[in-house]
Design a protein around this ligand. Structure first.
Ligand code: PA5
Length: 433
């Protein structure tokens, strides 16, 4: 069993055990709403059973296409934004060398920076390249522009026919410009299920194809997610469902004025998982005046930066530590003659031991500074642990959204910037800039 442990002992300064227990009936109700599909946004619950209901054939198809792409390419450019981008990036950075044997994967279409794109084109010179463009709506400006440019680049380099062989489109079954374009050009396509929204789509072809191309064992990943699904959907009892407990604590702390959750880690491998989590939580919960502000820090780096704010800034914050029980490798501290740097007292210890003491010291200091905290621990950086983490957070965020009384599966607030931008750009039908 791929276990995710939640240690909430140090949350007590913010929320007592009694207060947590009092939330159990509310959580039970929301769990039923979620699992019976009777709540707001219930046409977007396909993610709930993706791990257990994804059959062998779709996984084999993804693996096959990933293999074919890697046979003709050194690098894949994965084009997408938000939920169509962050999951794969999170997975590849979490696994690091654990995803060996795959292609280099680059990401584009998640910003409008000229320099970012120009640098990417420079980097791709001399490499054989393929592209996976991912957009559920098929109309999002950032990935659409990146795809227009990368497609042109592929055609200029390989010609129409070979470029088409190097392009894979992941999009809606039938809607959107991308789908029509893919059909017209004969690009290979993967379908994003109708009932799976962007930020809950990492365990669909959206995340799985770039992960497989990057060398990740997607079957092990799905198995880890499946075990977590079984655990989370079996019961909402806090003792047996840590994701439900985590959601309850987040909701309870928010009600008591802790409006910022900092997802903190002492392992840079978690960096993009933090980014993925911020998008998942921010877009799912931040509406109707609700929602925790999801922030992230990377210690010990940020102990020399944001650490001061966390220790002594406004007290509307709590911390959730993401922890690895064991690093993949071991680095021992050497002894130096004459002890010039005064570090011989650590000789023979591992860097990880020092990191762990920094973690223990930090969480105690922050608790003293009135920042209650909890710790989510995974055993190691494996595809199964990654799958479990994805599902754990998806369930917890959906649950927190329901506890807060919002629809976790829509994002009405992202439309206004687009409207303004289109007006300024003079998009036909949008009024004058
Ligand atoms: O979670 C979401 O729904 C969003 O973040 C989308 O993933 C993001 O806006 C990209 O949308 P699309 O895949 O339609 O291009």
């Amino acid at each position: 069993m791929t276990s995710i442990e939640l240690d909430h002992d140090l949350i007590r300064e913010g929320l007592s055990e009694e207060e947590i227990r009092a939330l159990q009936p509310e959580v039970d109700r929301c769990h039923q709403t979620l699992t019976q599909g009777s709540g707001a946004g219930n046409s977007f619950l396909g993610w709930l059973h993706l791990p257990s209901r994804t059959a062998d054939k779709p996984l084999a198809d993804i693996e096959q296409v990933a293999r074919e792409l890697s046979e003709c390419s050194d690098a894949l450019v994965s084009i997408g934004i938000g939920g169509s981008y962050l999951g794969a990036r999170a997975g590849l950075s979490f696994l690091g060398k654990g995803a060996e044997g795959g292609m280099e994967v680059h990401f584009a279409g998640h910003n409008l920076s000229t320099d970012h794109l120009a640098d990417l084109f420079d980097h791709l010179e001399g490499q054989d390249v393929c592209v996976n463009v991912i957009s559920k709506s098929g109309t999002t400006t950032e990935p659409a522009l990146a795809f227009r440019l990368l497609r042109q680049w592929l055609i200029a380099r390989y010609g129409d026919r070979e470029a088409a062989r190097r392009i894979v489109v992941t999009t809606d079954r039938e809607k959107g410009a991308l789908k029509q374009w893919a059909d017209a050009e004969g690009y290979r396509t993967f379908v994003i299920p109708d009932d799976v929204g962007g930020r809950f789509s990492v365990l669909s072809p959206v995340g799985l194809l770039p992960l497989a191309a990057g060398g990740v064992d997607i079957r092990a990943l799905m198995e880890g997610a499946r075990q977590q699904e079984a655990l989370a959907l079996a019961t909402s009892a806090f003792e047996r469902n840590p994701a439900a407990l985590y959601a309850a604590i987040r909701h309870g702390l928010r009600k008591k004025g802790k409006t910022i959750e900092i997802l903190a880690t002492f392992h840079p491998a978690f960096h993009y998982l933090q980014e993925w989590w911020k998008q998942l939580a921010g877009e799912s919960e931040g509406k109707e005046g609700q929602g925790l502000f999801p922030a992230s820090v990377e210690y010990t780096t940020d102990l020399h930066s944001l650490g001061q704010w966390v220790q002594e800034g406004p007290r509307n914050v709590f911390e959730t530590f993401l922890r690895l029980a064991a690093p993949g490798r071991r680095i021992e501290i050497p002894t130096l003659q004459n002890d010039p740097d005064g570090l011989n007292y650590l000789a023979g210890q591992t860097i990880d031991h020092v990191n762990d003491q920094a973690f223990l010291g930090t969480r105690a200091a922050h608790l003293e500074g009135n920042v209650p905290n909890m710790t989510i621990t995974v055993a190691r950086r494996s595809p199964a642990a990654l799958g479990a983490l994805f599902y754990f957070f998806e369930y917890a965020v959906a649950m927190t959204g329901y506890l807060m009384g919002v629809n976790p599966f829509d994002q009405p607030g992202v439309e206004l910037y687009k409207k303004n931008m289109f007006r300024l750009l003079g998009k036909p039908g949008q009024g004058k800039g």
